[in-house]
Design a protein around this ligand. Structure first.
Ligand code: FAD
Ligand code: NAP
Ligand code: SF4
Length: 688
C-alpha cells in the first residue's frame, strides 16, 4: 500500500503465511437471524457477497452451533452434518466469486442457551435465560469438544476459509474459564490450568483436524466485566496457550452478555476498549509471540480504525454493525470517499434489538441490510419529477433513493437545515453519533443530485406551479397537546423549546411524559448539556469512571463501583400509566437509559394525573381516584407527551388531484422512530 493511501494501516494486507488478507478490516460476527432456517441461505449468500464486493478483508458469519446442546434457541443454525455443510456452499461460493474470504463462527452458548437442552460446566442458571443448564460430566465435555472439531471440519468441507471459535462474551468456553460459572473439581475445573483446558483443547484439536492452511480465529475475552471474571495474568496465559495450540488470529471480546456495563451502545466512546487489545499485543510481543491481535467495539469509521492501528493497539480491526450500515465501507475508504460512508450510529434498534426479539436483523440507516434480495434499488424505467416535502429521515431516504434511480427530485424543508428531529436527537448526551447520519445524507444529496430547497415552507400553490408528477409528504410530526390546565404558564416549555431553541431551564424540573423523548430530555437536563457540560461519550476516562470499568490487572473482571458526578439539576420524570418507566425503550439499550437516569438521581413518578400548573408548580394526584395530591415545586415543566402527524397539506393536495404518498411521521406518529421513517422512505422510493 503506497504512502499516499488515505488509510495506509487499515488498507495494508495481512500475511498469514498460507494466505493473505487484502486489508486489516474484519467483518465481525453478528447474529442476524439469517443463520436460523434453511430457506435463508440464498439471502445469506447475497448479504455476504455484497460485503465481499465492498472489499472487506475477512468476513465472519453469525454463530452456528456445533450441536443441539450449543443452541442459542430451539432450532438455531447448526452445523453438524455433511448435509448441512452442503447448504453453506452457495454462501462460500458467492463470497469467493467476489474475491472475498469468509470464516464460520462456531458458537456454543452453554448456559446462555434459550433452550431446555443447554449445558454448562456447573448447574448455574444465567440471569439472561430462563433455563437452568445441565452440568456436564467428563464424557459430556469430551462430546462438546468433538462437536467443535466436527463443526470446523464441516466448515472446511463447505468451502469456508476458516472458523472462529467463540470464546468470549460469557458463552460456553468462557464459562469454563472463570469460577463465577465453573465450580467443578475435576480436570476441567479448579486451577486456572484446568479451567482453560477446554479452550486450549478445542483449538488444538481443531488445528489437528483441519490442517495448517485453514484460518483459525479464537475470540478471547479481554475484560469480562463481571465479578470473579478473569484476571489479566490469566488472559495473557490463555492467549499464550491458544497461540501455541495453533490459532491464526486472536480476536477479542469485551464483557459478558450479563455484564451491567454498556459495551457497544451509542453512548460508549468510540474505540473505548482498544487499550486492552494493545495491552495483550504488547504482552505477547514481549514474549516473542506474533499472533495478530484483532481489536473491536465501537470502531465505526475508517478514521478511527486507522488511528487505532497506527497507534499499535492491534493488527486488525473488527467492525460488525458498520458493515450492516454500509457494505461498501472499505471500498469507499480506499477510493478516498470516506465522507460517503453510511456510518453505524450504534443505536442497536434494527440489529441487536431485532436479534433479541426473534426478528430478522437489519439496519436503521440501511434497510437493505439482510434484505438485499427483497429491497432492490434499480434505475427507473422513466424519469419523473418528484417533490419530497420534509427533509427529516423519511424524506432524506426517499429523496436520495429516488435520485439514485434517475428521477428529478426536489427536496423541501421549512427549516434552515436537513435532518428534522435528528437535529434534536444529536444534542442528547450519548447520541452524538446521530450527527453522522445527517453528514451522510448531506453528502448523498450532493452525489445523487437532489435539488435541495431549505428555508422553504411548502404550500399547495408551490407544488402546483412546479408541475410535479408525484408528491411525497414527509412532513413529520408536531408535539401532542396534553391539555393540562394552566399549561400556558411561562414555566412551561416543549421539548422543542429546550432542545432546538435552547430556552433557559430552571434548577428544579418536571418532565411530563416518559417516552423516548422524555428520557432523552431528562438525561440532557440532569447532565447539564445546555449549560456546557461535555458528554462522557467524548471523554473516555470519565466514561470508564462512571461505569466502574478498570484495568483487569487491578481487579478481576475489570469492574468496580462506578462514580457518577452529582446531577446538575433536580429532575422528576412523570408518566400517567402505572409501572416501570421506559418499558417501551429499546430491548438492548433501555436498561442503559434507566441506569443512567438512576445514577443522575432522576426521580421517577408513575400513575400520575396532571391536575394543573400554576405559580407554585405542577399539581399532581395519583391513581384512578386522584389521591395523594401534591405540588411539585419546580421552576420549569417540559412537555414530552408524544406526537401527532403533521399533514395539513394532505387534503388540499388530494383535492387538487395530485399523486400523493405519505411516509414517516406524516403517515403515522404512533411508535414512530427513525428506523420506520427511513425504511418507509427507501421502500417507497425503490418502488416508484
Ligand atoms: P421529522 O424528523 O419530524 O421531519 C419532518 C420535516 O418536515 C421537518 O424537518 C420539518 O421542518 C419539515 N416540514 C414539515 N412541514 C413542512 C412544510 N410544509 N414544508 C417544508 N417542510 C416541512 N428515533 C430513533 O429511531 N431513535 C432515537 O434514538 C431517537 N431519538 C430521538 C431523540 C429526540 C430528542 C427526538 C426529538 C427524536 C428522536 N427520535 C429517535 C425520533 C426520530 O427523530 C423521528 O422518528 C424521525 O425524525 C421521524 O422522521 P420524519 O422524517 O418522519 O419526520
Ligand atoms: P412516546 O414514546 O409515545 O411517549 C409519549 C409519552 O407521553 C408517554 O410517556 C405517554 O405516557 C405520555 N403521554 C401521551 N399522551 C399524553 C397526554 N395526553 N398527556 C400527558 N402525557 C401523555 O413519544 P415520544 O417520547 O414523543 O417519542 C416519539 C418517538 O420518538 C417515539 O415513538 C420513539 O420511538 C422515538 N424515540 C426513540 C428513542 C430511542 O431511544 N429509541 C428516543 C427518543 C425518541 P403516559 O400516557 O403513560 O403518560
Ligand atoms: Fe448500527 Fe443502528 Fe444500523 Fe445496528 S441498526 S447497524 S446499531 S446503525
Amino acid at each position: 500500500m503506497s504512502a499516499s493511501s488515505p488509510f495506509p494501516h487499515l488498507l495494508q494486507p495481512l500475511d498469514l503465511g498460507f494466505t493473505t488478507l487484502k486489508n486489516r478490516a474484519l467483518m465481525g460476527s453478528m447474529h442476524t437471524g439469517l443463520e436460523d432456517g434453511r430457506k435463508n441461505f440464498p439471502r445469506m449468500a447475497a448479504y455476504f457477497a455484497e460485503r465481499a464486493r465492498g472489499g472487506v478483508g475477512l468476513i465472519v458469519t453469525g454463530g452456528f452451533a456445533p450441536n443441539i446442546e450449543g443452541w442459542a434457541k430451539p432450532f438455531a443454525g447448526t452445523l453438524s452434518t455433511s448435509g448441512a455443510a452442503a447448504r453453506h456452499r452457495p454462501v462460500t461460493d458467492a463470497v469467493h466469486a467476489e474475491g472475498g474470504k469468509i470464516a464460520l463462527q462456531i458458537l456454543h452458548t452453554g448456559r446462555y442457551g434459550y433452550s431446555p437442552f443447554c449445558v454448562a460446566p456447573s448447574r448455574l442458571k444465567s440471569p439472561i435465560s430462563p433455563f437452568t443448564p445441565r452440568a456436564l460430566g467428563a464424557r459430556g465435555v469430551e462430546r462438546q469438544i468433538r462437536a467443535f472439531v466436527r463443526c470446523a471440519r464441516l466448515a472446511r468441507e463447505a468451502g469456508y476459509d476458516g472458523v472462529e471459535v467463540m470464546g468470549s462474551e460469557g458463552y460456553f468456553i468462557n464459562q469454563f474459564l472463570v469460577t463465577h460459572t465453573n465450580q467443578r473439581n475435576d480436570e476441567w475445573g479448579g486451577s486456572y490450568a484446568n479451567r482453560m483446558r477446554l479452550a486450549v483443547e478445542v483449538v488444538r484439536r481443531i488445528r489437528e483436524a483441519v490442517g495448517p492452511d485453514f484460518i483459525l480465529i479464537y475470540r478471547i475475552s479481554l475484560i469480562d466485566l463481571i465479578p470473579d471474571g478473569s484476571s489479566w495474568p490469566e488472559v495473557v496465559q490463555l492467549a499464550r496457550a491458544i497461540s501455541a495450540a495453533g490459532a491464526t488470529l486472536l480476536n477479542t471480546g469485551i464483557g459478558w452478555h450479563e455484564a451491567r456495563v454498556p459495551t457497544i451502545a451509542t453512548s460508549v466512546p468510540r474505540g473505548a476498549f482498544t487499550w486492552l487489545s494493545r495491552k495483550l499485543r504488547d504482552a505477547l510481543r514481549a514474549e516473542g509471540i506474533h499472533t495478530p491481535v484483532i481489536t473491536s467495539n465501537r470502531i465505526n469509521t475508517p478514521e478511527v480504525a486507522e488511528e487505532v492501528l497506527s497507534r499499535g493497539d492491534a493488527d486488525m480491526v473488527s467492525m460488525a454493525r458498520p458493515f450492516l450500515a454500509d457494505p461498501e465501507f472499505v471500498s469507499k475508504a480506499a477510493q478516498g470517499r470516506s465522507d460517503e460512508i453510511n456510518t453505524c450510529i450504534a443505536c442497536n434498534q434494527a440489529c441487536l434489538d431485532h436479534a433479541f426479539s426473534n426478528r430478522m436483523s437489519s439496519c436503521l440507516v440501511n434497510p437493505r441490510a439482510c434484505f438485499e434480495t427483497d429491497l432492490v434499488v434499480r434505475v427507473a424505467p422513466a424519469a419523473q419529477r418528484v417533490a419530497v416535502v420534509g427533509a427529516g429521515p423519511a424524506g432524506l431516504a426517499a429523496a436520495t433513493t429516488l435520485a439514485e434511480r434517475g428521477h428529478e427530485v426536489h427536496l423541501y424543508d421549512a427549516a434552515p437545515g436537513i435532518g428534522g428531529q435528528f437535529n434534536m436527537a444529536q444534542r442528547i448526551p450519548g447520541k452524538e453519533e446521530f450527527a453522522e447520519t445527517l453528514r451522510y445524507f448531506a453528502r448523498r444529496i450532493e452525489v445523487t443530485g437532489v435539488k435541495l430547497h431549505l428555508g422553504t415552507r411548502v404550500d399547495v400553490g408551490l407544488l402546483q406551479t412546479m408541475a410535479f408528477d408525484q408528491v411525497i409528504l414527509a412532513t413529520g410530526v408536531a408535539p401532542r397537546d396534553p391539555r393540562i390546565p394552566g399549561q400556558d404558564h411561562p414555566k412551561v416549555l416543549s421539548y422543542i423549546d429546550v432542545l432546538l431553541h435552547r430556552k433557559p431551564v430552571g434548577q428544579r424540573v418536571a418532565v411530563v411524559g416518559a417516552g423516548g423523548i422524555g428520557f432523552d430530555v431528562a438525561e440532557y437536563l440532569a447532565h447539564g448539556t445546555d449549560l456546557g457540560h461535555p458528554s462522557t461519550t467524548t471523554d473516555l476516562q470519565a466514561w470508564l469512571r462512571e461505569w466502574g470499568v478498570t484495568d483487569p490487572d487491578v481487579q478481576r473482571g475489570g469492574v468496580v463501583r462506578g462514580h457518577w458526578p452529582p446531577p446538575v439539576r433536580q429532575v422528576t420524570l412523570l408518566q400517567r400509566k402505572p409501572g416501570k418507566h421506559g418499558a417501551g425503550l429499546g430491548k438492548t439499550t433501555g436498561w442503559i437509559h434507566r441506569a443512567a437516569l438512576k445514577m443522575k438521581q432522576v426521580e421517577m413518578l408513575a400513575g400520575v394525573n396532571y391536575e394543573r400548573i400554576g405559580d407554585e408548580g405542577l399539581f399532581i394526584t395519583f391513581g384512578k381516584d386522584h389521591q395523594d395530591g401534591t405540588v411539585l415545586a419546580v421552576d420549569t415543566i417540559v412537555l414530552c407527551a408524544g406526537q401527532e402527524p403533521m399533514r395539513e397539506l394532505e387534503a388540499p393536495l388530494r383535492a387538487a388531484g395530485m399523486k400523493l404518498h405519505l411516509i414517516g411521521g406524516a403517515l403515522e406518529a404512533g411508535e414512530l422512530d427513525a428506523k420506520r421513517a427511513i425504511d418507509q422512505g427507501t421502500r417507497l422510493a425503490a418502488s416508484l
